[in-house]
Design a binder for this molecule. Sequence first.
Ligand SMILES: NC(=O)c1ccc[n+]([C@@H]2O[C@H](COP(=O)([O-])OP(=O)(O)OC[C@H]3O[C@@H](n4cnc5c(N)ncnc54)[C@H](OP(=O)(O)O)[C@@H]3O)[C@@H](O)[C@H]2O)c1
Length: 337
Amino acid sequence: MSEVNRIWRLRKRPVGDITDEVLSFEEESIPEPSDGEFLFRLNYLSLDPTNRIWMSDMDQYMPPVELNDPMRGVVCGTVVKSRHPDYAEGSIVGGLGVWADYQIGTPQSVNLMGDTGPIPVVDAFSTFAVVGPTAYFGLLDIGQPKEGETVVVSAAAGAVGSIVGQIAKIKGCRVVGLAGTDEKCAWIKDDLGFEVAINYRTEDVPTTLAAACPDGIDVYFDNVGGKILDACLKLMNFKGRIPTCGLISQYNATEPVPGPYNYGMILMQRLRVEGFIVLDFAERYPEAIAALGQWMGEGKIKVRTEIVDGLENALQTAKKIFTGANTGKLMIRVKDV
Ligand SMILES: NC(=O)c1ccc[n+]([C@@H]2O[C@H](COP(=O)([O-])OP(=O)(O)OC[C@H]3O[C@@H](n4cnc5c(N)ncnc54)[C@H](OP(=O)(O)O)[C@@H]3O)[C@@H](O)[C@H]2O)c1
């Protein structure tokens, strides 16, 4: 074991885009586990839009990271020293941790990942830790898509969005996705089988979306908020559903964000708009993992993962999420398992 722990600490709250001064990469001594705890070494760090939320002190769904504290992240690691009977050395764990080579775990913070069967640990972690269950519960529990309905999803080539669209296809829906590059649009249409892909950066969204949804929208899975939400609201059908999963278009906002112009459609069309956090469904994770694993095994769900080596690259890599430079689930690899 190296004598030094490398760790990212939050030194400044971001204003607008994530900048280099927000986090600092430091060297510290490796912590010692107490009774009931264990020390694990980082294998993979998931980089997620919510990292930007946690860095800020905006109203949010869990406490923000305190200034000068280690940066919080979704992590996968290997137990190297244990003072907990159920977490033997060599066990693979996954859950909430920090951006550091070595860290203390407890059963409250991380779970044993168990046997992932034919699915490599890296794929199990990237798909099952957050984004797969988010897509599964958000679409099926809240969106409740029915065969033949039109489902629209934004950030459609991203980690959550690409799985949402594929589950909607499995359920017999017509799927329209919005993404930010022609390459992403080609992937969701040609490889994933979405009926229509719209490049929201180069096309006029209200016009192209209306043409793409001649029978209106039954479910809009919202990953972005803002103008795309507004364009979808205008086209929603009677009793349509909007699972509010994320608002990435406004996480970096420096001014108050205007409300949707087409808000009145919620009343006129008796829409159900419901926000959710995947943690709300924590007790039902096994259900989502079983279904997603089966669909992946049958080739009905394909996932794209972008893995960058080196914990030292975490900050620069995280910035990609907000420019759309990431292609698929973005992760840092420190050491393969
Ligand atoms: N509720 C929950 O529990 C939960 C859990 C996980 C994720 N989420 C949310 O789900 C959304 C997607 O997360 P993810 O992990 O799957 O990330 P992702 O889609 O893999 O990456 C984020 C993507 O968002 C798009 N984007 C960035 N800025 C945008 C903007 N201003 N307008 C429109 N699109 C923009 C970019 O794609 P383009 O190239 O297409 O622009 C970027 O690649 C986020 O809003 C996230 O907060 C929610």
